[in-house]
Design a protein. Structure first.
Length: 200
């Protein structure tokens, strides 16, 4: 009986702590992105255990939609990069059913390896059908979203930008910095466009 009671109290304490982290993450994200529009893409408890993350939706950070994971900063399973822990973000001009599911799945990857600005990832198996996007280019978003804290822990956002096959090749040949600057010059950064002409 005592063991059962201890386990019940421990689970209740864990839930309370998780709720404190959730509220702190939301408050930190809203401080740099504007208010969440109230939409939360929840994953099941089973997927949470496997590393998937819930995703929030924002409408005031960019002229469009911003999708952000909410569950990585403060998560001891995530491998931090040089700036600390980070949540993942995709910006689109319009609502996109692919983005939240993609971010939720990508969250699991951050438990296995740190993602750094300039890194790229082939997403051939995860991209939407008939999409020009072949890979993701990771970048730090513009201030103030690049660096903040959650409950005293350093954190930030990692921007995921969809790139075409030729842009992916250009990252390997000329470096991701060159492609990132070109995306800025063409007005594409920080958005992911599923169908667009390549700049490379």
């Amino acid at each position: 009986m005592l063991a059962w009671m201890r386990n019940l109290i421990a689970r209740s304490s864990d839930r309370d702590e998780n709720q404190r982290w959730w509220k702190a993450r939301v408050a930190a994200l809203e401080a740099v992105l504007g208010p969440c529009d109230g939409t939360v893409f929840h994953v099941s408890a089973n997927l949470h255990r496997h590393g998937f993350a819930d995703v929030l939706r924002f409408r005031q950070y960019v002229p469009g939609i911003t999708y952000v994971t909410c569950g990585l900063i403060g998560n001891p399973r995530q491998i931090p990069n040089r700036w600390g822990q980070y949540d993942l973000v995709v910006c689109t001009h319009d609502e996109d059913s692919w983005a939240p599911g993609f971010l939720s799945r990508l969250a699991k990857y951050t438990h296995d390896a740190a993602i750094h600005p300039g890194d790229t990832m082939d997403i051939h198996e995860m991209r939407p059908p008939k999409s020009d996007v072949a890979a993701i280019l990771f970048a730090r978003p513009d201030p103030p979203a690049h660096s903040f804290s959650v409950r005293g822990a350093p954190g930030g956002l990692m921007l995921c930008i969809g790139i075409t096959p030729s842009e992916f090749g250009a990252c390997k040949t000329y470096g991701s910095g060159v492609v990132t600057r070109a995306l800025r010059e063409k007005g594409i950064f920080p958005f992911t466009h599923m169908n667009r002409e390549s700049i490379a």
